[in-house]
Design a protein around this ligand. Sequence first.
Ligand SMILES: NC(=O)c1ccc[n+]([C@@H]2O[C@H](COP(=O)([O-])OP(=O)(O)OC[C@H]3O[C@@H](n4cnc5c(N)ncnc54)[C@H](OP(=O)(O)O)[C@@H]3O)[C@@H](O)[C@H]2O)c1
Length: 327
Amino acid sequence: MKYRELGRTGWKVSEISFGAWAIGGAWGDVDDRESLAALHRAVDLGVNFFDTADVYGDGRSERLLARLRRERSEEIIVATKAGRRLDPHVAAGYNRENLSGFIDRSLQNLKTDALDLLQLHCPPTGVYYRPEVFAALDDFVKDGKIRFYGVSVENVEQGLKAIEYPGVQTVQIIFNMFRQRPAELFFGEARRKKVGILARVPLASGLLTGKLTAQSKFAADDHRAFNRHGEEFDRGETFSGVDYETGLQAVEELRSLMPAGMTMAQFALRWILMFDAVSCAIPGAKVTAQAEDNAHASDFPSLTDDTMRAIGEIYQRRIQPLVHQYW
Ligand SMILES: NC(=O)c1ccc[n+]([C@@H]2O[C@H](COP(=O)([O-])OP(=O)(O)OC[C@H]3O[C@@H](n4cnc5c(N)ncnc54)[C@H](OP(=O)(O)O)[C@@H]3O)[C@@H](O)[C@H]2O)c1
């Protein structure tokens, strides 16, 4: 495993880290024993950074990470998120009192005195125009409730606005072979300000693993069954907003470019690691084999210029017209 600096935090995080949404639930049935085995395997392979949220399985994902930390001696950095417990989910809800309550609950779930990294959880755009929210976050750092804070954003514009606040250490954004716009302007700006980037949904919700087909079935409680058109949350979170059939066709073209010895998931992750501004990719894994497959993406050499160009061409021809200007 190779490590990269996470913005100005002083942490060196595994370039392949771990997204812990799926192990909380909302992706069909999960078994805690299997999830814990996957987490342990990731740590065995050098993963030291885990992304979760208070709402993933209503705290289940955070509690699994607390258990992982108890059972391991290695340093395990946990990034969690707050804001999605608000109902309605509106900008005014992101205030000092609510955030303080959410942090306290995450401290309990994670069984710790200070959160390593707290991220606002894709707040409405209006939050970025409320400096008092960021002042409250600065105070939580001073009080020792959180070590650092960052934001998870839906789109590039929110990311650009967020990094105007000097206390923002990280931005989590969707970035993968099917979501390339962040590399155009945003990455350069983030690097200039030494803001860490967490590339989320790196496998386009599994599409870029190459294992899905037109016949694939998803459980009724899996967002890949119920959120394809944004029925519950932003449609960009499901298959990166790419129409399923179009995505499958593009995957077949990408497959032909895959270097020998790599799985398709590793190819997709290695592509992300070609961008220096990215601190880490946070693929979601539910089982040990996935955690292993993903972690080993760090072992491969860089992709060639020809391969990068060919991937760019497939994106421009098949995907860009459908998604580029939305996020
Ligand atoms: N708003 C936000 O802040 C937000 C939103 C979305 C995600 N995230 C974060 O980003 C992380 C990653 O995104 P994601 O989980 O949505 O999507 P993803 O990483 O693109 O896809 C994850 C899914 O792909 C499948 N998979 C993973 N590794 C695999 C492998 N090696 N081979 C075959 N299949 C594999 C698994 O599902 P199956 O086995 O069921 O196919 C897994 O649940 C999340 O866990 C979460 O931490 C944050």
